[in-house]
Design a protein around this ligand. Structure first.
Ligand code: APR
Length: 186
């Protein structure tokens, strides 16, 4: 069965899911935004494990334990800093989604939550990033038949609405996240 795509609004660090992807920097040094929330919820052992890894290039991803999170693993994906689109940012962003999904599937993950990588501190325009993210994930998930759910976690109402609009434009049908009841029609 093809993987289900879901889009939710919330804090990615609180998702109950096999793998949480965080928006990291190439030093894996922790930070604000998604990375801050993930490190805070996972506890200090996550940073200790990150310090034992020799960083990660832009467009790449590495996997660690999840410690106090309700997940089995954390994938640290390093998105590009937006520089007007002149430095291969689109392809680097697609690479980090593909690499993160591949790594998670390699760990046996059936469900994976992604933030909107590079759209905060790194300044990538949200709509463009959402389109790149969804296309890369649709492409990669076809190669990872054991993955059952790809969940996009948006932080605010505007981000959620935009992600849903872009998914509709890309022809991606969106289901409910696993383990949740359908929303009331009101
Ligand atoms: N859950 C889900 N989404 C979040 C959360 C959260 N807890 N916090 C922020 N976001 C949203 C932001 O609104 C933005 O749309 O995630 C998106 C990515 O924002 P950042 O976390 O700033 O990630 P990024 O732009 O990739 O910058 C990465 O910031 O914190 C540092 O260590 C990190 O240096 C790295 C850089």
């Amino acid at each position: 069965m093809p993987a289900k795509f879901s889009i939710v609004r919330g804090n990615i660090a609180l998702q109950e899911i096999d793998v949480i992807v965080t928006a990291a920097n190439h030093a894996l040094a922790g930070g604000a935004g998604v990375d801050g929330a993930v490190h805070k919820a996972a506890g200090p052992e996550l940073l200790a494990e990150c310090r034992r890894i020799a960083g990660c290039p832009t467009g790449g991803a590495v996997v660690t334990g999840a410690y106090d999170l309700a997940a089995k693993f954390v994938v640290h994906a390093v998105g590009p800093v937006w520089d007007g689109g002149t430095r291969n940012e689109d392809e680097l962003l697609a690479d980090c989604y593909r690499n993160a999904l591949r790594l998670a599937a390699g760990k046996g993950a059936r469900s994976i939550a992604f933030p909107a990588i590079s759209t905060g501190t790194y300044g990538f325009p949200f709509e463009r990033a959402a389109s790149i993210a969804l296309r890369a994930l649709v492409e990669e998930v076809l190669k990872q038949p054991t993955v059952e759910e790809v969940r996009l976690v948006c932080f605010g109402a505007a981000a959620l609405a935009m992600m849903e609009r872009v998914a509709a434009r890309e022809g991606i049908s969106i289901g409910q996240p696993a383990g949740t009841l359908p929303r009331n029609p009101d």
